[in-house]
Write a protein that binds this ligand. Structure first.
Ligand code: KG4
Ligand code: ZN
Length: 360
């Protein structure tokens, strides 16, 4: 038997600087430095600030990951790095760091698509076999992928405008709830009446698996303004009812579109049907529970990797690198950073895929 590959992974495509060491399916170390506080005053990720912070933190992250794994460069088989898509300054910081390390150590360099990192995570955590259906749902992305190989992704639907996490964040802002909006809206919704406000389910009755969430956010704005003009402000109960209505609308759309995506996937007659979810919105327990119920009904295994591996991290990059290297694929020092890099090159470009853009 060949020994499992051990790779260092580096991730810096948005606002998390991360390094990890993975051996086979085992995460030996995973270090993530978030930048949330650096961008807090600006209402979004500032690319220039992000790139500088990555450049400052990358070396420390790599050192810390190796120390935690108790390994030296000589123990590694290669270095995997996110080469896109993402904010170009951040991606460049990571790629330059990885190239420097590869040149100095002579280790092979492997460029990884950040979205492939997310999409292959269920193989790292649960060793699932191909093909499986994946819903990647975060602050910047929302897409259904049929994953048929480490470089074979078919996108069968996605958002045409905002991503759900972004809609949660914007709705929280409208309701005066703290950021990030997902957890605070979920919390407020617990004591809310989802039926008090009739909020739309955009594209629910359109065929296919595409989704739209920007109209929903506008509907929350109108409903809020209606209450404010009547009472002069929002009570905690109003916040809860609006949160519950909003969360129910998002959940209904995700569940119905997942049902259709599963229909298409199950048509491939996979031996062991699997539906996996990743991204920050996968933390929402109402969404998670309803998707799990749907899967149970359709005899499909539901997989939700632990949250720290669902959100941005470098273990998923190291693992995707292991799959590429295992297939005999490596890059050289001409590897370039790609701000745009769709996983499914054949799919028609989406109108939008989350206005936070680069965060995937
Ligand atoms: O995957 P992630 O950490 O970063 C992105 O790639 O965007 O996801 C962050 C997003 C944020 O928009 C956040 O509000 C959302 O995930 N989120 C949630 C929950 N926890 C985080 N959305 C709904 N419910 C939650 N419990
Ligand atoms: Zn991501």
């Amino acid at each position: 038997m060949t020994h499992p590959l051990t790779l260092l992974g580096i991730e810096s495509s948005c606002d998390d600087t991360a390094a990890a060491v993975v051996r086979g399916h085992q995460v030996l170390a995973s270090v993530v430095y978030g930048q949330t506080s650096l961008h807090a005053d600006f209402g979004g990720v500032v690319p220039e600030i992000a790139a500088r912070a990555h450049a400052e933190k990358l070396d420390h992250c790599v050192e810390q990951a190796l120390a935690e794994a108790d390994l030296a460069f000589a123990d590694l088989d290669g270095i995997a790095v996110t080469a896109g898509p993402g904010l170009i300054g951040g991606v460049l910081s990571g790629v330059m760091c990885a190239k420097g390390l590869a040149a100095a150590t002579g280790l092979p360099l492997i460029g990884v698509n950040h979205l492939a990192g997310h999409a292959l995570t269920p193989r790292l955590t649960d060793q699932v076999s191909y093909p499986y259906l994946m819903l990647l749902v975060s602050g910047g992305h929302c897409q259904f992928l049929i994953v048929a190989g480490h470089d074979r992704f078919e996108r069968i639907g996605g958002t045409i405008d905002d991503a759900p996490g972004e809609a949660f964040d914007k709705s929280a802002r409208l309701l005066g709830l703290p950021q990030p909006g997902g957890p605070s809206v979920e919390q407020a919704a617990r004591s809310g009446n989802a039926g008090r406000f009739a909020l739309p389910r955009p594209l629910l009755n359109q065929p296919g698996c595409d989704m739209s969430f920007s109209g929903l956010k506008t509907a929350v704005l109108r409903a809020r303004d209606g209450v404010v003009s009547l009472k002069g402000g929002l009570t905690a109960q109003d916040q809860s009812d609006l949160s519950a209505g909003f969360q129910a609308a998002i959940t209904d759309v995700l569940v119905e579109k997942t049902r259709r995506a599963l229909d298409e996937y199950l048509g491939l007659a996979p031996a062991r049907p699997i539906f996996a979810i990743a991204g920050g919105v996968a933390a929402n327990s109402v969404i998670r529970d309803q998707l799990q119920t749907l899967c149970r009904r359709l005899d499909t295994e539901f997989i939700a990797p632990p949250l720290h591996l669902c959100t941005d991290n470098a273990a998923m990059i190291a693992y995707a690198g292991i799959e590429r290297m295992g297939a005999g694929e490596t890059d050289d020092l001409t590897l370039s950073a790609r701000p745009r890099w769709p996983l499914d090159q054949r799919a028609a470009p989406m109108l939008g895929s989350g206005k936070k853009g680069a965060k995937a």
